[in-house]
Ligand binder design. Structure first.
Ligand code: SF4
Ligand code: SF4
Length: 289
């Protein structure tokens, strides 16, 4: 089984459109959406949810007012100013450090686990999908990403899948690092702009740090041929395999509006190039990466 991930230096580069196309092309794949802060792979894959689970992460202090004598010690020591003068704890300010529960003479404060989001196992027309949703303003997306990866691997093993196709988080933060473990090949998607190249360079640096085979895709390459030339030179200088250049085409938007992947859409130049890229990636099945 090989695991590939599609990532980008920032959001909006076409990463999810490309992941969904790979999902359509891979036969016998398990899919994982690790963009838990803004999951949108499900919009194209229209999954039927089979399992739904709470994601618990971190703790918040809670005061039992029947035990509280209003001595004020907890307010004094909370350096996050999470406790109001009425002895109510603001869960968005509480960092879960547990200090207040230790100093409370009445043992009136307990730490309660937060429900930070949900994760799902679903069926799609291209195979099973593990996906998740992090609650608004919740942290620990790295932990949720690790959970999604773990569950996708278990599912892929149970079903003898040949591929795990992962939609990664954008950027270079904790969720991306969590989504890279055990990956055989990372595909970085960029657009032909200076900031796109800068962002791609940063995420390539992260993938290389973890010694992951990394390839680059330029999306909408024909919108700025000069910049695409610069990206080609960058790839040559840094020994990065530029695995494909996808042209701009309105068929991508039309397919999205119809809830289809570009592969399910009638012929188009984008579809052709994505199929070529997939055929090049398929070669990694023969190699030890
Ligand atoms: S330290 Fe305990 S008893 Fe004192 S105000 Fe806080 S919760 Fe109440
Ligand atoms: S757990 Fe820490 S941050 Fe939360 S209210 Fe208590 S002292 Fe403040």
């Amino acid at each position: 089984m090989k695991q590939i991930i599609v990532i980008s230096g920032k959001g909006g580069t076409g990463k999810t459109v490309i992941t969904a196309a790979f999902a359509a092309l891979a036969k016998n794949a398990c899919l994982a959406d690790c963009d838990v802060d803004a999951a949108d792979l499900h919009l194209l894959l229209e999954p039927t949810i089979k399992e739904r689970h709470e994601f618990r992460s971190g703790k918040t202090a809670v005061i039992d007012e029947t035990k509280c004598t209003r001595c004020g010690k907890c307010i004094e020591i909370c350096r996050f100013e999470a406790i109001s003068k009425d002895f109510i704890i603001d869960p968005t300010s509480c960092e879960g450090c547990d200090f207040c529960s230790l100093v409370c003479p009445e043992e009136a404060i307990t730490m309660q686990e937060n429900i930070s989001g949900e994760w799902f196992i679903s069926e799609t027309r291209f195979g099973p999908l593990v996906h998740a949703k992090l609650g608004i303003a919740e942290e620990n997306s790295g932990k949720l990403v690790s959970l999604v990866r773990k569950k996708a691997k278990e599912l892929a093993e149970a079903r003898n899948c040949e591929w795990i196709v992962v939609d990664g988080a954008p950027g270079i933060g904790c969720p991306v690092i969590a989504s890279l473990s055990g990956i055989d090949c990372a595909l970085v998607v960029t657009e032909p702009t200076l900031s796109g190249l800068h962002d791609a360079d940063r995420v390539i640096g992260v993938a290389k740090h973890f010694r992951i085979l990394t390839k680059l895709i330029v999306n909408k390459y024909d919108l700025n041929i000069d910049m695409t030339g610069k990206i080609e030179r960058y790839c040559k200088d840094n020994n990065i395999d530029l695995v494909g250049k996808i042209p701009f085409d309105e068929s991508v938007v039309r397919a999205m509006v119809e809830g289809k992947t570009i592969i399910e859409y009638p012929d188009g130049k984008v579809k052709e190039e994505v199929i070529n890229i997939w055929n090049r990636i398929e070669e990694i099945k023969q190699k030890s990466c």
